[in-house]
Design a protein around this ligand. Structure first.
Ligand SMILES: CC(C)(COP(=O)(O)OP(=O)(O)OC[C@H]1O[C@@H](n2cnc3c(N)ncnc32)[C@H](O)[C@@H]1OP(=O)(O)O)[C@@H](O)C(=O)NCCC(=O)NCCS
Length: 168
């Protein structure tokens, strides 16, 4: 268990030190809250069916962040041989900027590296400054652009990659 640094205490009697963040594999029981956060974050949210399907497939790996017993965020990748694509990452709006997204992504990448992934890639909306800043902090760099990749609103996708492991 680790504390979500920087989050302020909420309920009366609740202190910073009592706010505990745990990151563990996503389970079916997480899905109701995961779907809420998914709808809050994305114009084309994944359905429950998609999450149920990916949780059954061993080339997907999904993690959930639990803060004080509640789902606070999640992320996951799809693996193809020595590379893995970050499929999604999201943190509940009210809990952002407290280190949860970074901890999730670091743990996800650590798991991947341990399982033999050599490089991670992802697509991100060109205007998504918070996500781009997070990815760059963790070493991702732009290597490509897909014009008009996203809809609602239509927007380009930046294609980011981590360096080759030998470069790090
Ligand atoms: C992207 C997202 C997951 C980040 O989660 P978070 O928990 O708020 O991020 P963290 O608090 O862990 O921040 C880690 C780093 O990310 C960057 N960052 C995060 N939010 C930022 C913001 N609003 N502005 C600038 N940089 C930001 C910073 O580099 C930060 O490091 P710092 O605290 O040392 O400055 C969150 O904003 C989110 O859920 N967005 C909606 C869903 C989404 O767009 N997902 C990405 C799809 S590609």
């Amino acid at each position: 268990m680790e504390k979500a640094e920087g989050r302020t205490a909420g309920e009366p009697g609740q202190t910073e030190s009592s706010l505990c963040l745990r990151i563990r594999p996503m389970s079916l029981a997480d899905l109701p809250t995961v779907l809420e956060i998914e709808k809050e974050c994305f114009p084309a949210p994944w359905s429950e069916r998609i999450f149920r399907d990916v949780l059954d497939l061993d080339y997907y790996h999904f993690l959930t962040a639990i803060l004080d017993g509640e789902v606070a965020g999640y992320c996951g990748y799809i693996r193809s041989f020595e590379t893995a694509d970050i499929a999604n990452i999201a943190v509940r709006g009210s809990l952002r900027r407290s280190g949860i997204g970074e901890k999730l992504l670091r743990k996800l990448m650590d798991d991947g590296y341990r399982a033999g992934v050599e490089r991670f890639s992802l697509e991100v909306r060109a205007s998504n400054a918070p996500a781009i800043a997070l990815y760059e902090k963790l070493g991702y760099r732009q290597e490509g652009l897909r014009r008009g990749y996203y809809e609602n609103p239509r927007e380009d996708a930046l294609i980011l990659w981590t360096p080759e492991r030998s470069d790090t």
